[in-house]
Design a protein around this ligand. Sequence first.
Ligand code: PAF
Length: 278
Amino acid sequence: MKVVATIKDVRAARAALPSPVGFVPTMGYLHEGHLALVRAARTQNQSVVVSIFVNPKQFGPNEDYASYPRDLDRDLRLLEQEAVDLVFAPSVEEMYPPGFSTFVDVGPLGEILEGARRPGHFRGVATVVTRLFCLIQPDRAYFGQKDAQQCVVIKKLVADLGMPIEIVTVPTVREPDGLAMSSRNVYLDPDQRIAARVLSASLRAAAEAYERGERNAEALRRLVSQIIAGEPRAQLDYVSVADAETLEELSTVDRPALISLAAWIGRARLIDNIIVGQ
Ligand code: PAF
């Protein structure tokens, strides 16, 4: 496994890789969710490239950029075990040299849901992903369904800019009690970790209500809100029932719908989602 940190080196290493090339962009502190992306890339491509870069441009001024968990040595050991060919772990200065001023903005899709609560977040994501795609030039790129809006945003970006890259969405990997794996779960203390079960439990309850015939989107939102309100350590930020492709809020669930939420548990802001009607 080759590990490089500069643009010059990543270009040279990429050029030597046999195609097709699968690419997994990450912010490191890898868990089973990331490894599921790497394994999917490994089975579908000749070569696998992973990037590790905590992207300052997708964090708001009061967010957790400084404290975001990092452990490059551990990440590299895990990636070595997955037979990854190339890891790109650049510095902030390498990715954004002085004078860097070009941004990619996907428009309204990036301004709703997570984008409404985290202004500029998807502009930062779209910018770094575009930059990484230009450097790595993958045939396929892998993203987790847990970040459902990110998947929609990246597909739009690739379609709008005509990039010849297949975007592959990989199902969310969960802990045995249902909690979606996330690098931010490390912020939870033992009590909060137990409380965090309520997120996936509320989504499962909504999906079960849908299976029993509930098609009123507001009733599903209310159900999720009520279940989360029953856990005093969790504070719901939002719950949405939206068209799974356009992310427009629904009043009637008459097509595949993304039920998504964000909630605070202590200092951890966690997101999760489930799709119904597929
Ligand atoms: O999902 C993430 O970890 C990040 O948003 C990504 C795609 C690596 C861009 O920084």
